[in-house]
Design a protein around this ligand. Structure first.
Ligand SMILES: Cc1cc2nc3c(=O)[nH]c(=O)nc-3n(C[C@H](O)[C@H](O)[C@H](O)COP(=O)(O)O)c2cc1C
Length: 329
C-alpha cells in the first residue's frame, strides 16, 4: 500500500514526504538518499559557495540517484546578497525540475522556472503569503508552522491552526512543515488538510546527513524545549538549538542590543564549526521543536519506510478501529 495525494501526483514522488532546504546540511548524500527512499529531497543552493559548485553538487547527486530531487533557493535579507540570478541559471541549465523557494516573494523567479518546465514549491509561514504565492502561480505550497527549525516568521501560529487555516484557502498541492518527525505527524497533517509533510530536523538526524555525529547525538538527547528564538526584536526570528551562544544572543537583544552587537556570535563560520568539528557550543545551529520527538539516528531509507508503514497502520488500524467502534456503540 502507498499513500497517494495531490502532492505525490503533482511532484512525481512515491511518498508524501519532503526534505526541505537546509543550510550546510542539504548536500548530495542526504538528498540522494531521500530521493532513493521515494521522498522528495532538496539540495540547498546557497550551501555551495559558488554557482559552479552548485552545478557540481547537482551532478554528484545525479551520480547517487536516478529518482527526482530538487534544489532549494532561499532568499533572505543579507548584507552581501549572493548572485541569485547565477544560481537560478545553474538550476535551469542542470535540468532539475523542482525548486523549493523560501524567504521572500517567489515572483521574480517564476517566469524563468516555469518557462523551463520547473515546478515551484513555495515555502512560507503564513496563510496570507501562501494565498499570495498561489495567486502568483506557484505549483505547490509548503506551509511552515511556528514549531519549525530556521525561520518561523513573526506570527507565531503553530501547525494545529496554521495548516487547516491554510488548507481552507489553498487549492493547489500543499504540504505541512514544522514539528513533523514520525507517522503520527504525517497522519495528523493529512487530517488537517495537507497533502504531505516536509521535515528538516528529522532528516538532519540520519546516517546520510553529512554533519558531525555529536550534533546528531545532541538532537537525540535534546527535548522539545531545547531551542531558542533569536532575532525576535529584529523581526527576523530564527529557531535554533539552545546553547551558550544562542542564549547569549537572546540576552543581548533582549537588553536592547542591535545586530552589530551579535554579528560575531551568529557568524556562519562559527555555525560551520558545529557541523564540521562537532562542537555543539561553537555557534548557532538550526533545529526545531521536533527534537523532542527524535530518538534515533536511522538511515533515510529506514526512516521513510517506517513513517509510511506506521502511517498506514494508524489510518487503517487505530483510526479505522475507532470509527468502527463508534458505529457499533
Ligand atoms: C539545519 C537546518 C537548516 C535549514 N536551512 C534552511 C534554508 O537554508 N532554507 C530554507 O528554506 N529552510 C531551511 N531550514 C528549514 C527546513 O527546510 C524546514 O522548513 C524546517 O526544518 C521544518 O521544520 P522541522 O525542522 O521541524 O522539520 C533549515 C532547517 C534546518 C534544521
Amino acid at each position: 500500500m502507498t499513500i497517494k495525494t495531490k502532492f505525490t501526483e503533482a511532484f512525481g514522488v512515491e511518498h508524501p514526504i519532503a526534505q526541505g532546504g537546509m543550510q550546510w546540511v542539504g548536500r548530495a548524500e542526504l538528498v540522494a538518499a531521500v530521493a532513493n527512499s521515494g521522498a522528495l529531497g532538496f539540495i540547498t543552493a546557497l550551501t555551495q559557495p559558488t554557482p559552479a559548485d552548485l552545478a557540481n553538487e547537482i551532478a554528484r547527486t545525479r551520480d547517487l540517484t536516478d529518482k527526482p530531487f530538487g534544489v532549494n533557493l532561499t532568499i533572505l535579507p543579507s548584507i552581501n546578497p549572493p548572485p541569485y540570478d547565477e544560481y537560478r541559471r545553474v538550476i535551469v541549465d542542470s535540468g532539475v525540475k523542482i525548486v523549493e523557494t523560501a524567504g521572500s516573494n517567489p515572483a521574480p523567479h517564476l517566469p524563468m522556472f516555469h518557462d523551463n518546465g520547473i515546478k515551484v514549491l513555495h515555502k512560507c509561514t503564513s496563510v496570507r503569503h501562501g494565498v499570495k504565492a498561489q495567486s502568483l502561480g506557484v505549483d505547490g505550497i509548503s506551509i511552515d508552522g511556528f514549531e519549525c527549525a530556521g525561520h518561523p516568521g513573526e506570527d507565531d501560529i503553530p501547525g494545529l491552526v496554521l495548516i487547516p487555516a491554510a488548507a481552507a484557502q489553498i487549492e493547489i498541492p500543499m504540504i505541512a512543515s514544522g514539528g513533523f518527525a514520525d507517522a503520527r505527524g504525517l497522519v495528523a497533517a493529512l487530517a488537517l488538510g495537507a497533502d504531505g509533510i516536509n521535515m528538516g530536523s528529522r532528516f538532519m538526524c540520519t546516517v546520510e546527513s553529512c554533519i558531525h555525529q555529536n550534533v546528531k547525538e545532541a538532537i537525540v538527547a535534546g527535548k522539545e524545549t531545547d531551542t531558542e528564538l533569536i532575532f525576535r526584536s529584529l523581526h527576523n526570528t530564527a529557531r535554533v538549538a539552545s546553547n551558550v551562544v544562542s542564549r547569549e544572543v537572546v540576552e543581548i537583544l533582549k537588553g536592547g542590543g542591535q545586530f552589530e552587537d551579535v554579528k560575531d556570535l551568529v557568524a556562519g563560520v562559527r555555525g560551520r564549526r558545529v557541523y564540521d568539528d562537532g562542537d555543539v557550543d561553537a555557534g548557532i545551529w538550526s533545529v526545531g521543536t521536533a527534537m523532542g520527538l527524535i530518538n534515533d539516528i536511522p538511515t533515510v531509507g529506514d526512516l521513510v519506510a517506517r513513517i509510511v508503514s506506521d502511517a498506514e497502520e494508524i489510518i487503517t488500524g487505530r483510526l479505522a478501529g475507532m470509527v468502527a467502534q463508534g458505529v457499533s456503540a
